[in-house]
Write a protein that binds this ligand. Structure first.
Ligand SMILES: [Zn+2]
Ligand SMILES: [Zn+2]
Length: 316
């Protein structure tokens, strides 16, 4: 398993096509699994991509347009039928809990496992999940209804112990954890060995930012800074910029300018309007402004192994 893996379960905008599904992504970062948006058919897409349902325990819903959450009730029902016991956390704009409750009530059953709804704050950015390995921040975007972006970040990793130092200074195994955190060492003769002689820098942390269904935000750099990978919607091309503005979406060129403004290392564009059969002109438009851009492709898993490598498509 790579440190960052992203599977595109759907990269279409509102209306699906045979080969482009409503929005959903499955992200693995530092051994955590996150489902991001859950458009219609997400559970089928998970099956097609051999992603076990039991791996999902955190779901992030950007906003309550159907193409981003119409797959949620079916997925939750399936987990119930599969006898899930473990709790599940859902982070979304307020209102989702009521919709799901109504659906479950009408179908005459309630879920066997705990579902914990977390309402996102529409007024400011907020860290919504954090542990010793990762943090997830939500921040408001600009769309026709409340909508949120997410920034998934690996925490700084512990320093790497030098094997040669363990032998040279006879360091007991029990002390290694502390030294990896940055402590110095005093050897048997009472000499202080500084941490820099005992360890080396860890690999840089990776991060992934997700921004869909939004007008281009000129202040996005207040929320995210230098993500290794930025997913940004590019629903339209510049020739339909007026339509993009009316519907609070972005063009490929605008997505590319945003990637530049937040100093992204790589940009992936998605949420394509069904008016574009061939997506290459859209890619070319983005690349004129931000050359390191790729298209999100349904059913493709990408891996990022370190902060100086490119995203690689994985063979299934
Ligand atoms: Zn959408
Ligand atoms: Zn929308």
């Amino acid at each position: 398993m790579d440190r960052l893996e992203l599977t595109i379960l759907g990269a279409s905008s509102a209306i699906p096509l045979a080969n482009r599904n409503p929005t959903s992504q499955f992200l693995t970062l530092a051994s955590h699994h996150f489902l991001i948006d859950c458009g219609e058919g997400t559970q089928v897409r998970l099956r097609e991509n051999n992603i076990g349902f039991s791996r999902i325990d955190k779901i992030f819903i950007s906003h309550l347009h159907g193409d981003h959450f119409f797959g949620l009730a079916p997925l939750l029902s399936t987990l119930h039928l599969l006898d899930r016991q473990k709790e599940i956390h859902i982070y979304s704009p307020k209102g989702l809990k009521e919709v799901i409750h109504a659906q479950m009530k009408l179908q005459g059953s309630w879920l066997k496992y705990p579902v914990i709804f977390h309402n996102l704050n529409p007024n400011e950015e907020e860290v919504i999940f954090e542990d010793e390995r990762v943090s997830v921040k939500a921040f408001p975007l600009r769309h026709s209804i409340p909508c949120f972006g997410f920034w998934f970040r690996e925490k700084e990793r512990p320093r790497k112990m030098l094997k040669s130092a363990i032998e040279q200074y006879s360091i007991p195994v029990t002390e290694i954890r502390q030294i990896k955190k940055g402590s110095d060492w005093v050897d048997e003769q009472g000499n202080l060995i500084p941490n820099r002689d005992l360890t080396e820098s860890p690999a840089a942390s990776l991060s992934y930012a997700y921004c869909t269904d939004t007008s281009p935000l000129e202040h996005l750099n207040q929320f995210i800074d230098s993500p290794d990978l930025l997913y940004h919607e590019a629903t339209f091309m510049e020739e339909h910029a007026e339509r993009a503005a009316q519907t609070y979406h972005s063009t490929a060129r605008q997505a590319a300018s945003v990637a530049k403004s937040v100093n992204a290392r790589q940009l992936m564009v998605g949420h394509f309007s069904i008016r574009y059969n061939d997506l290459n002109p859209l890619l070319d438009e983005a690349k004129e402004v931000f050359p390191n851009t790729i298209l999100a492709k349904d059913g493709q898993t990408y891996a990022l192994r370190s902060s100086h490598e490119e995203l690689v498509p994985l063979a299934r």
